[in-house]
Design a binder for this molecule. Structure first.
Ligand SMILES: [Zn+2]
Length: 460
């Protein structure tokens, strides 16, 4: 059987990849600047959406260039797309200069030389911001987590815009879109523009463009903007109910104040969903919505690469649990989903069971992180309850912490201390060990729940 090892029905594209640029600014100091530089004016034009391209123009003045002999623009996703940058023209004080292109940790760096006393740099480029997560089937447009289509677009900020090696950099972005299209983004307005963070610590966000309708609601110090095409039907996209239940479960408000954005796209535009630091985008499936919302706590920066089973497995489990608890779907749908995840896990492990750490580190085992990961947490949740405890006791402490890059070993230690070793055996057998999970009595799989991508529909 050919198994498509797609990254998942509900992909979190890690927001942390861009944090670690080894910038080498090579700054020949012309004076110490106080505070962040002024925002860089930026225009994004999408004039022919069916063509799938955007044109971007940036104007950097002496406030950004002052004293430098080089400025580096990093395109975090550029080489990942099928075409990436189509053209790139840089002019310093009206004179064309040739940037040095350099791949760096999955990003593309454009090093632009600056003459002494350079006052103005204008950069224009055309980009195809299509983005497929590693391991996905690039012949399936709906498996992309970013693309410009004829009727709407979803684009990762890091596929469209550069980051600069200047601390505190921001872009003041103006969007020139087809008639009737609006921009849905988590960035604060600055006049007619939006202010986007653009230094090496800027997170990935998912931007949406199209004829979207939006409405806002507040949760504590945060505002959540919900966007969808056409009129709202509350029941079809129950963001408030899902968010309320998750806040109750984690016992904490959203991690940050300010604007968050949840965008619903048609099911044939994107299969599954994706989450940035303040943005989620997904198809209409309730468990995908609940999954992506949970990533606002269990985000890409919280855990290390070996803990994908916590980042995605736990989020998958809470997506399923919360979708039902928020009455966004039925108990039968939950049962069918768990049965399919079990079927998918057993199918992937036909060639031998794998540890959740192994699965987290091997892109070909991406789906096991979701299926075995979610079922591991089902097992732990059941054992907690039968011992008069709650999974949330430890989950709250992890997902509301400010920690970054938590490893499997650190998570195990935390669980061991919270529950006095109650789950040590489960961690040893399934997380670091490669034992198959016991029979979880999930019932027969159908392959039709929409939860297990690699499990084909089974005969009725
Ligand atoms: Zn996810």
């Amino acid at each position: 059987m050919s198994v498509r090892f797609l990254v998942g029905a509900a992909v979190l594209v890690a927001a942390a990849v861009i944090l670690a640029y080894a910038w080498s600014p090579r700054r020949h100091d012309g004076g110490v600047r106080a505070g962040p530089p002024p925002p860089v004016p930026c225009t994004v034009t999408v004039s022919d959406p069916a063509g799938g391209l955007a044109t971007v123009r940036l104007e950097l003045d002496a406030g950004m260039l002052g004293g430098r002999r080089e400025i580096v623009l990093a395109f975090a996703d550029a080489p990942a797309g099928p075409a990436g940058l189509r053209s790139f023209v840089a002019e310093v004080d009206g004179v064309a200069v040739t940037p040095a292109s350099e791949p760096y940790r999955g990003a593309l760096l454009q090093r632009i030389p600056l003459a002494a006393g350079a006052r103005r740099l204008v950069v224009t480029y055309t980009v195809n911001p299509t983005f497929y997560p590693p391991g996905s089937d690039v012949t399936q447009p709906a498996d992309a987590r970013g693309r410009i289509g004829a009727d709407l677009a979803v684009v990762r900020s890091t596929s469209l815009l550069p980051l600069f090696d200047v601390p505190g950099s921001r872009l003041a972005v103006e969007f020139d879109l087809p008639p009737g299209w609006v921009t849905v983004a988590p960035w604060p307005p600055d006049g007619m523009r939006l202010l986007a963070p653009a230094d090496g610590s800027a997170p990935v966000e998912y931007l949406a463009f199209g004829p979207f309708e939006t409405r806002d609601f507040t949760v504590g110090d945060a505002t959540v903007r919900v966007a969808r095409l056409g009129a709202f039907e509350q029941s079809a996209f129950p963001v408030e109910a899902v968010l309320a239940r998750e806040i109750e479960l984690v016992g904490a408000p959203l991690k940050r104040a300010g604007l968050f954005v949840a965008t619903l796209v048609p099911d044939d535009f994107m299969h599954g969903g994706a989450a940035g630091e303040r943005t989620i985008v997904q198809s209409s499936a309730p468990q995908v919505l609940a999954h992506e919302v949970f990533h606002w706590w269990n985000d890409g920066t919280l855990t290390a690469g070996d803990a994908g089973w916590f980042r995605e497995g736990l989020t998958e489990y809470y997506g399923i649990k919360v979708a039902r608890e928020a009455n966004a779907w039925t108990a039968d749908a939950e049962t069918a989903c768990l049965a399919d995840l079990n079927g998918e896990m057993r199918m992937i492990e036909q060639g031998g069971p794998r540890s959740l750490v192994d699965a987290s580190l091997d892109p070909r085992l991406g789906r096991l992180v979701y299926s075995k990961g979610a079922l591991f947490w089902l097992l732990v949740d059941r054992k907690a309850r039968s011992n008069g405890r709650f999974l949330e006791e430890a989950v709250r402490r992890v997902v509301t912490s400010d920690r970054r890059g938590l490893s499997t070993a650190e998570i195990r230690t935390l669980f061991s201390s919270v529950y006095d070793g109650l789950f040590d055996q489960e961690f040893d057998r399934y997380v670091t060990g490669a034992e198959p999970l016991p029979d979880l009595e999930t019932g027969p799989a159908t392959g039709r729940s929409g939860c297990a991508r690699d499990l084909p529909p089974l005969p009725r």
